[in-house]
Design a protein. Structure first.
Length: 35
């Protein structure tokens, strides 16, 4: 496995985790504000 392949996978994982976390965080914030 080449280092570039490892970097790409790590970046993709970080991005998916970050966006998912942000979406959950926003959903919780809006849910709290609405109720």
């Amino acid at each position: 496995m080449s280092p570039s392949q490892n970097n790409s996978k790590a970046i993709l994982r970080a991005v998916s985790y970050t966006s998912a976390g942000t979406a959950l965080h926003r959903a919780g914030l809006t849910g709290g504000h609405t109720s």
